[in-house]
Design a protein around this ligand. Structure first.
Ligand SMILES: Nc1nc2c(ncn2[C@@H]2O[C@H](COP(=O)(O)OP(=O)(O)OP(=O)(O)O)[C@@H](O)[C@H]2O)c(=O)[nH]1
Length: 399
C-alpha cells in the first residue's frame, strides 16, 4: 500500500479551507456567475488556473454546457502558458466556467469561524499534531482572519489557503543550520566537524548516519564513523556493514566499551588524517533511563560535538516529540532528523517536532536506500501539504 506522505494532514487542511471558504461565500450572499472565454481571450490568471486545478478538488470545475451551433469543450489548461497558434475552428471553442462571486463585502468575525477552527483543532490532534502546535495554528488563523474585510473582487479560497499556509510556515520556521557551513568552518581550523546522533531504540540513528555519510561523501567530504553504540548486540557490526557499503572507515572498540572513549578516538583519528567529518552513533536509549541519559551527557561533555542531532521516528507521532523534549532537556539538541516520513500517513510529527523543542529539522528520512535523506526545507513541506502532486518515494531497500 503506497502511503501518501502527510496524507491525513493534507486532507484535513483541505476540508478546513473548503469550510472557511463556504462560510465567507454564505455571509457574502455569493452568487454563481458564468464566465465565457474563447481561445482568443487573455490567458487564464494563475488563480483561475488553480481554481480549475484546485488541489482540494472541492472547487467548481469547468462545466461545459452543450450548445447546438457551437461545440463547447473544457479549455485544456496549459502547464506553461505558451502562445499557441489557434486554428480557425478553435476560435469558436468557448469555455464556460461557473464561479462564485461575493455580492457584498464581508468582515469576518470570530463567530463566523469559531466552529470550523474548533473542528480543525480536533482533526490536527487526530493527525498526531502536538497540542501546543494545534493551538498555535488556531491562534494564528484567528489573528489573520478575524476582522479581515473581503471584497467581491477578492477570492475567499485564495485568502483562506494563504492564511493556513502562513500559520504553518510560522510553526515550521526555526533558525536554519547549514551543516556544510559548519564542516567548512571547522576545516579552516584544521579540525573535523563532529556530529553525535542520539535518540531512542529503533528510530533510525544508524541508518541515518549511513545516509548522511553517503550524502557528504558524494559532496566531496571525507567522513569517518564512530561506533559509539557499544551497548546493543550487533550495533557495531551493523555500522561496519553500512560503512563498507558507503565506502567510509569506522573507528570501534569492543562491545561494552565506553561510548565517549570510542568517539574521542574517532575524533583523534580524524584530526591526525585531516578527515572532514566524524559521525558518531550512540546506543538507543529511553529518555526515562537516567543512567543511559547520564552516559549521553558524558559523551557530549567529553567529545564537545558541533551538533547533537536527535533522530526521531515520524511514525511515533507525539511520542517522538516527547522524546525530543526529554533529550533536549538532557543534552541540548541542535537539530533533528525525522525518519520514516515516507511511511508516515499522518504528518503530525513533521509539523510539530521543530516547534515543540524550538530546534530545526535538518533532514527527513524518506526510505531505505542510502540516498533517501533529504534536506528539510519549510517551503518544500508547505508545498507537500498544499500542493497537488502526490509524492511517491521508492520502496526499494538497500539495508
Ligand atoms: N521506511 C523507512 N525506514 C527507515 C528509515 N530510516 C530507518 N528506517 C528503518 O528503521 C529500522 C531501524 O533503523 P536503525 O538505523 O537500525 O535504528 P537505530 O535507531 O539505529 O536502532 P538502535 O540501533 O536499536 O538504536 C531499520 O529497518 C531501517 O531500515 C526511513 O527513512 N524510512
Amino acid at each position: 500500500m503506497v502511503t501518501i506522505m502527510f496524507g491525513k494532514l493534507k486532507e484535513k487542511l483541505g476540508k478546513t479551507i473548503s469550510k472557511l471558504t463556504e462560510k465567507i461565500y454564505k455571509k457574502g450572499e455569493a452568487k454563481e456567475v458564468t464566465i465565457e472565454q474563447s481561445k482568443e481571450e487573455k490567458p487564464q490568471t494563475q488563480m483561475e488556473k488553480s481554481e480549475k486545478k484546485s488541489p482540494f478538488g472541492f472547487l467548481k470545475r469547468d462545466t461545459p454546457t452543450k450548445d447546438k451551433e457551437k461545440e463547447k469543450t473544457i479549455e485544456k489548461i496549459e502547464e506553461t502558458p505558451q502562445k499557441k497558434e489557434i486554428s480557425f475552428f478553435d476560435r469558436f471553442k468557448i469555455t464556460k466556467t461557473i464561479k462564485k462571486v461575493l455580492k457584498k463585502e464581508v468582515v469576518i468575525t470570530e463567530d463566523d469561524i469559531e466552529d470550523v477552527l474548533e473542528e480543525l483543532e480536533l482533526e490536527l490532534l487526530e493527525a498526531d499534531v502536538a497540542y501546543v502546535v494545534a493551538e498555535k495554528i488556531i491562534e494564528s488563523l484567528k489573528n489573520q482572519l478575524v476582522g479581515m474585510k473581503i471584497s467581491p473582487n477578492d477570492d475567499p479560497e485564495e485568502i483562506t489557503i494563504n492564511a493556513l499556509k502562513n500559520a504553518i510556515k510560522e510553526i515550521l520556521s526555526q533558525e536554519h543550520i547549514d551543516v556544510e557551513e559548519i564542516i567548512k568552518e571547522k576545516k579552516k581550523k584544521g579540525e573535523p566537524a563532529v556530529f553525535v546522533f542520539v535518540g531512542i531504540n529503533g528510530t533510525g540513528k544508524t541508518t541515518s548516519i549511513a545516509k548522511l555519510a553517503y550524502k557528504l561523501k558524494n559532496k566531496g567530504y571525507s567522513v569517518v564513523l564512530a561506533a559509539g553504540d557499544t551497548f546493543r548486540a550487533g550495533a557495531i557490526e551493523q555500522l561496519e556493514e553500512h560503512a563498507k557499503n558507503v565506502g567510509v572507515k569506522v573507528i570501534k572498540h569492543q562491545k561494552g566499551a565506553d561510548s565517549a572513549a570510542v568517539i574521542y578516538d574517532a575524533i583523534q583519528h580524524a584530526k591526525a588524517r585531516g578527515i572532514d567529518v566524524v559521525l558518531a552513533d550512540t546506543a538507543g536509549r529511553q529518555a526515562t533511563n537516567v543512567n543511559l541519559m547520564d552516559e549521553i551527557k558524558k559523551v557530549v561533555r567529553v567529545t564537545k560535538p558541533d551538533l547533537v542531532i536527535f533522530v526521531g521516528d515520524a511514525l511515533a507521532g507525539n511520542d517522538a516529540i516527547y522524546q525530543a523534549e526529554e533529550f533536549n532537556n538532557a543534552v541540548n539538541i541542535d537539530g533533528v532528523i525525522l525518519t520514516k516520513v515516507d511511511a508516515d500517513a499522518k504528518g503530525g510529527a513533521a509539523l510539530s517536532i521543530a516547534y515543540a523543542i524550538g530546534k530545526p529539522i535538518l533532514y527527513l528520512g524518506v526510505g531505505q536506500r542510502y540516498e533517501d535523506l533529504i534536506e528539510f526545507d519549510v517551503d518544500w513541506m508547505v508545498n507537500k501539504l498544499f500542493g497537488e502532486e502526490e509524492v511517491k518515494f521508492s520502496t526499494e531497500r538497500e539495508f
